[in-house]
Write a protein that binds this ligand. Structure first.
Ligand code: NAD
Length: 395
């Protein structure tokens, strides 16, 4: 069949297997130019949330910059008849194909990472995998979580705390800049968001891996966070999701303590740059901010995508010269170029002037759209989208 993008709001319900394969090949090619030469580079890596966005790029950096074997965990939909698989499913299949062709081990577990069953399955697979992990990347982004202890369902929300939030936002479907008004979250919504996107599940994964003796003496255990600019502060960092990220960041210290006591390395949170991913495109205001940010950083020559960020994380921060550089809160900062005062000043200057009419001139919305299509394997110049493809055929 001919597969075309079918976009509904901030998701695309189709994805293209060949486009996804080429995306992975492109990222792997870049990662190979960013070789990590340090002796401490990881040999066996577990990536939780490995099928898209930051987790996927982390897995690609681990394999193609470090030569590591990887075990990936994700929650993705396989193809069924005429229905395409989700992009993350094709991405993972493509990754495993390319990694194995390079002589690396690559195994996957597809299921709910929040559940005890999937943790047990991963641990059983990890034991067969050939030794302990020297790097764990925790990169889940999910709107919901079922507590594995008591079965309670929690839902995350994207709301301000304490006051109504009014700001500009971008309707990416209609290509329209408009006002958005969001009511503040109540205590229960704050609590539920923390339950989903806070550090509880990261800690549960660490406990399970420590109990199973699966973390090496020098293991690094990394989770991803975001801080962001003044314009998104009420909806992001000071909102429900920011509260969850604070919880995640505070969990890092406790996890490090547990890992130290077990003689198994340490944990860090890495604060990454704002980028177009399936998760970030769902956050109000963020797509407009990202479109402006892309323009500024492209002009400065400092623009990065997920793979450039994760390669920098591996090469300069985790396995660079000397100690891992951290901020006062012990966080790794990969958002350093995004948060440069001159970049943020430009955001503040441009923000009030952007409207529907000048959207393409004042921002890089065109690049935003291209990157969004690319998340699902579309819009690549080296793929013939008029060719017939079987969505269920192995890549
Ligand atoms: P993403 O949507 O691209 O990836 C999410 C991953 O989580 C996918 O692999 C998905 O399969 C997996 N997942 C979701 N629910 C799952 C479940 N129940 N079980 C197993 N796997 C599940 O998201 P992303 O933007 O790459 O975000 C990853 C992390 O990076 C998040 O912590 C996010 O806050 C952080 N981060 C993102 C940005 C950004 O701009 N995108 C910036 C800084 C930090």
């Amino acid at each position: 069949m001919i597969i075309k993008p079918r976009i509904k709001g901030f998701v695309c319900i189709t994805s293209h297997p060949v486009g996804c394969l080429e995306n992975i090949r492109e990222q792997a090619t870049y990662a190979k130019t960013q070789l990590v030469t340090d002796d401490r580079k990881p040999k066996r890596v577990l990536v939780i949330g490995s099928s898209t966005g930051y987790g996927l790029s982390s897995r690609i950096s681990a394999a193609f910059s470090c030569g590591a074997d990887t075990l990936g965990v994700y929650f993705e939909r396989p193809a069924a008849g005429e229905r395409t698989a989700s992009a993350g499913h094709y991405n993972s299949e493509a990754f495993c194909k390319l990694a194995r062709e390079s002589g690396l081990k690559a195994e996957d577990v597809n299921g709910d990472a929040f559940s005890n069953e999937i943790k047990e399955e991963v641990i059983a697979k990890a034991k067969e995998f050939g030794g302990t992990f020297d790097l764990v990347i925790y990169s889940l982004a999910s709107p919901r979580r079922t507590d594995p202890v008591d079965g309670t369902n929690y839902r995350a929300c994207l709301k301000p705390i304490g006051a109504i939030y009014k700001n500009k936002t971008l309707d990416t479907d209609r290509k329209e800049v408009k006002e958005v008004t969001i009511d503040p979250a109540n205590e229960d919504e704050i609590f539920q968001t923390e339950k989903v996107m806070g550090g509880e599940d990261w800690e549960a994964w660490t406990d399970a891996l420590l109990d199973a003796g699966l973390l090496s003496a020098d293991c690094l255990n990394i989770a991803y966070s975001y801080i962001g600019p003044q314009v998104t502060q009420p909806i992001y960092r000071n909102g429900t999701i920011g509260r969850a990220k604070l919880h995640l960041e505070n969990t890092a210290a406790r996890i490090t303590e547990k890992m130290k006591n077990a003689g198994s390395g340490k944990a860090y949170v890495s604060v990454n740059k704002a980028l177009v991913t399936q998760a970030s495109s769902a956050i109000p205001v963020v797509p407009l901010y990202v479109s402006i940010l892309y323009k500024i950083m492209q002009e400065l020559g400092t623009h990065e995508g997920c793979i450039e960020q994760t390669c920098r994380l591996f090469k300069d921060r985790l396995y660079g010269e000397g100690q891992t550089q951290v901020d006062q809160e012990n966080r790794i900062r990969l958002d350093d170029w995004e948060m440069e005062p001159s970049v943020q000043q430009k955001i503040i200057d441009i923000w009030p002037t952007v409207n529907t009419e000048n959207l393409y001139e004042k921002t890089s919305f065109e690049l935003y759209q291209k990157e969004f299509h690319k998340l699902f394997g579309f819009g690549r110049e080296d793929v013939d989208y008029e060719l017939d493809v079987d969505p269920s055929a192995p890549l």
